[in-house]
Every structure is written in C-alpha cells, then in structure tokens.
Design a protein around this ligand. Structure first.
Ligand SMILES: [Ca+2]
Length: 293
C-alpha cells in the first residue's frame, strides 16, 4: 500500500487551459477606456483585472506594466473576485494547474488527481485512494506562527473513501500524530496553531452532500474562529502562536499521508477549489460575503 506514495506526480497544466471567464481578454467593444473616463491629471483610465482577481483602475501609461505581470484588461468576473479580499499570501486557483497565483508555493497533483468543473473555473478533483495535491514545505505556509491568519476555500464532498466516517482532509500542513501545524477537515473540524478550533459533530452538518461548501478558519491573535458556508460554527481562545509541524511536511489537499496517516488517510472523494491563505484575520462579514451561490 505504501506504493501509493511513490506514484509520480502528474501535472496537467499543459493540457488544460480552461479558467475563469474573467481571465479572457475583453474585446475592443467592452474595454472600459472606450467610455473615456479620465484621471484627475487628465490621463485616460483603464480598468484591469489584477492577477489576484480584484478589479483596479489605472492610468493608461501604467497599463503595459500591469499586463506584463499578469493582469488582464477589463473588470474581473464578480463570481470569482468576491471570494478573495486583501491580504492573500498564497492562492491555489486550481484552474488547470497547481500554481500559486500570489507567491511561489506551487505544487503537484499526486496519485492520479485531476481537475473538474469547480466553484470558479476548474477545481482539484479526487476520486480514488491516494489522490491528493502536494505543495512542498515553505515557511510561508506555516500559518500557525503568524499573529493573525486565515485559510479558506471551497470543497465538494461525496464521501465514501475516508477511513474514518465523515472525516476527510480539505487542506492542511500537519504531521499526523503530532499536535502541531494546521488543517481543516470535515467531521473533526479545524486545527491551527496547536489549537483545536471547535469542530463539529459528524451528524450536525452533512458536508458530504455533493454540493460546494465554503470553509474558513481564522486565527486572530489568541482568538480562533471556524466557519462553514459563511456561518460561524465555533470560536474560542487559544495560544498566541503554535509550533510548526515536525519534519516540515508538505501542504496537502484531499488526503493526508504524513506521520501516522501514512500511507493515506482521510481521503476526500470530491473537489477542492480556490484555497487561499491570508496574513490577517478576515472578518465575519468578509467571510459571510464569500458564501455566494
Ligand atoms: Ca478554480
């Protein structure tokens, strides 16, 4: 069974290019500059979709530089943009690759994981034991050591592959068997900075219903919050900072293979999309606003 860990990573980036509609360049007829707005200094204004998907307006002379670093002309698609407030430090859009849209924490599909239609564009898709995403260790992913942090994203679970009923890993950077690192799982809740953030009973929420659910876990100093579908499930007080997981494990999405979870545990049968990490505590209002159809 341990051979599952040895299956080479499969990157599909070269074969799938579908993304959110906001990434398509606008036509000449819908460019905002056709409306001829101007800045206070008289320069023509141009609306761009910034590479982290917030709509910005800049002066025409600055457009070339923005396009060169990945922005596209035209407003972002609100259905995608609304989910990502400021403070994003890493963001896996899963739109056909495992790149980090903000930082350099790219990863790989492992064990046959792939992509399917997601909450926004494509999503990571897992439907067999051992399928997961792995992002190599980097200290920037040790959010337990930050004064404040948030991790949030979308998942869809069908259940049926987990070793513990109802408990599947959505995302985490954790060495199983050690009370360190961080993760969010269904069934057992969230863990961040050596602190179990509430958690919810297996029967309290059916999160394996084949629909997308939004999750968010917030660390705000010594205050911890756990949300599902924009609703606060639990909040309490914990340590100001936690200890990084031993052995510098990778960040994993869809299944754990670290520590006592080897070769594979808590396998997700479903999808994960648009996972993002923030260097600040998102507010309840910001998280509620993400829970859009
Ligand atoms: Ca996506």
């Amino acid at each position: 069974m341990r051979a599952l860990d040895l299956i080479p990573a499969i990157l599909l980036a070269a074969t799938i290019t579908v993304g959110c509609a906001d990434l398509a360049p606008p036509t000449d007829t819908d460019r905002s500059r056709d409306q001829a707005p101007v800045l206070s200094n008289g320069a023509e204004k141009v609306t761009l979709c910034h590479k982290v998907r917030n709509t910005i307006t800049v002066g025409a002379p600055a457009v070339a530089a923005h396009l060169a670093h990945g922005d596209v002309e035209g407003a972002c698609d609100p259905a995608c943009v609304k989910n990502k407030p400021s403070g994003v430090i890493s963001w896996w859009q899963a739109d056909g690759d495992v790149t980090d849209a903000v930082d350099a924490n790219g990863g790989a599909l492992v064990g046959g994981a792939g992509f399917s239609a997601g909450k926004c564009g494509l999503a990571f898709h897992f439907d067999a034991i051992g399928e997961r995403v792995e992002v190599p260790h980097h200290v920037s992913l040790n959010i337990e050591i930050l004064p404040s942090a948030t991790v949030e994203g979308w998942f869809k679970s069908f259940g049926g592959l987990e070793n513990v009923p109802g408990q599947v890993l959505i995302v985490g950077k954790h060495t199983c068997g050690n009370a360190t690192g961080w993760f969010f799982t269904t069934g057992s809740g969230a863990f961040i900075g050596n602190h179990l953030v509430g958690g919810f009973g297996l029967g309290a929420l059916n999160l394996h219903d084949g629909f997308f659910h939004h999750f968010a876990v917030v660390k705000d100093g010594t205050s911890y919050f756990e949300y599902v579908d924009g609703v606060l499930l639990s909040s309490d007080v914990g340590p100001p900072a936690g200890t990084p997981a031993p052995g510098d494990p990778p960040m994993q999405i869809g299944a754990f293979t670290t520590g006592t979870c080897a070769p594979v545990m808590h396998q997700l049968n479903g999808l994960v999309d648009e996972v993002a990490i923030y260097n600040r505590a998102l507010s309840a209002a910001e998280i509620a606003a993400m829970n859009q159809p």
